[in-house]
Design a protein. Structure first.
Length: 321
């Protein structure tokens, strides 16, 4: 255990990287698993320590957008709650959202980027197409925020201002779902407002999403993530693969080593790796789900992560919970 990490409290070893029997690296952080009543079944480190959830908060922000007036259905909800890989099918949904608000791509204020999907990225480079905001993995969330802003009759150019009605609604919904109000407000990498929260609150919010009644904003988000996992991530994306291999699970990771997952019955897990490296986060979250009694064997390929030497497996990245 490492004691007293600023802002996080005590942290513990979560995973190790083993190369030919030698422990090359170790990842430390916080993890928590909750039962459907919100009680901790397992906790490692100070799980009430505050974290920045980064893109793991997108499903919660999508709830706020719906409450604020964004009319989203199916794939539109999923891409608003997701970090898409910039494929053409993702861009088509973002364009559709913008058009429904009477806007075009110029309204997006996320940074220009190339697609995370390699075939799409290489194709666009070969075609001489420059990075663009619509290909950035957060453009779905930005489009949902723009749609909510227009629905309220407000200036779309102001949609990233944390004091606008839409952003205040998103904040209120996140605080409701997490049972927390930390006063920590910063700016995410894509430019949207970002709230700090306890890791335990993040897990609680995912439990509430996963068990929400159909037709509620939370229920809409959970249903869309389950039905359209390809729009929460994309081809080969680990969030997408978890939801494809384990139907009913909702999963969303974020930058700097954060991830959360929840089952239909309300078991929920959350992870924060303090060095910010995400390579072990999916395996850790699945290991926690196993502790909750979930059969994760269909996703075994996401739990045992090979370490390569000369292109061949010579070790593994493994949870040490």
């Amino acid at each position: 255990m490492i004691k007293g990490v600023p802002g996080l409290g005590n942290v513990v070893e979560l995973a190790e990287v083993v190369r030919s029997g030698f422990v090359e690296s170790r990842h430390f952080g916080l993890t928590v698993a909750l039962d459907p009543d919100g009680k901790a079944l397992y906790a490692a480190g100070d799980v009430d320590g505050l974290v920045l959830p980064r893109s793991t908060a997108k499903p919660l922000q999508a709830v706020g957008c719906i409450v604020a007036g964004a009319e989203l259905v199916g794939e539109e909800v999923a891409i608003g709650a997701g970090s898409h890989t910039g494929e053409d099918r993702h861009v088509a949904v973002v364009d559709r959202l913008l058009a429904s608000a009477g806007l075009d791509r110029d309204a997006l204020r996320c940074p220009p980027d190339r697609p995370e999907d390699e075939p799409t990225r290489f194709r666009l480079i070969a075609e001489g197409i420059e990075p663009s905001p619509v290909r950035m993995n957060c453009s779905g969330k930005h489009a949902a925020m723009l749609l909510a802003t227009v629905a309220q009759g407000n200036d779309p150019a102001s949609y990233l201002d944390p004091q606008t009605p839409v952003q205040r609604t998103i904040t209120a919904e996140i605080e409701r779902l997490t049972d927390s109000s930390t006063g920590i407000l910063t700016t995410d990498g894509c430019g949207t407002p970002l709230l700090g929260m306890p890791l335990s609150g993040l897990a609680l919010a995912f439990s509430r999403l996963a068990t929400a009644p159909p037709g509620t904003p939370e229920g809409q988000v959970a249903a869309a993530m389950r039905q359209h996992p390809d729009f929460v991530g994309g081809t080969g994306h680990q969030n997408t693969e978890v939801m494809r291999l384990l139907p009913g699970i909702i999963a969303k990771g974020g930058a700097e080593g954060v991830i959360a997952m929840a089952t239909p019955d309300g078991h929920a897990v959350a992870v924060k790796v303090i060095d910010g490296n995400p390579r072990a986060t999916t395996a850790l979250a699945l290991a926690l789900l196993s502790k909750c009694g979930v059969d994760t064997t269909p996703a075994a390929n996401l739990i045992s992560l090979p370490v390569l030497g000369g292109g061949q497996p010579v070790g593994e990245i493994r949870p040490t919970l």
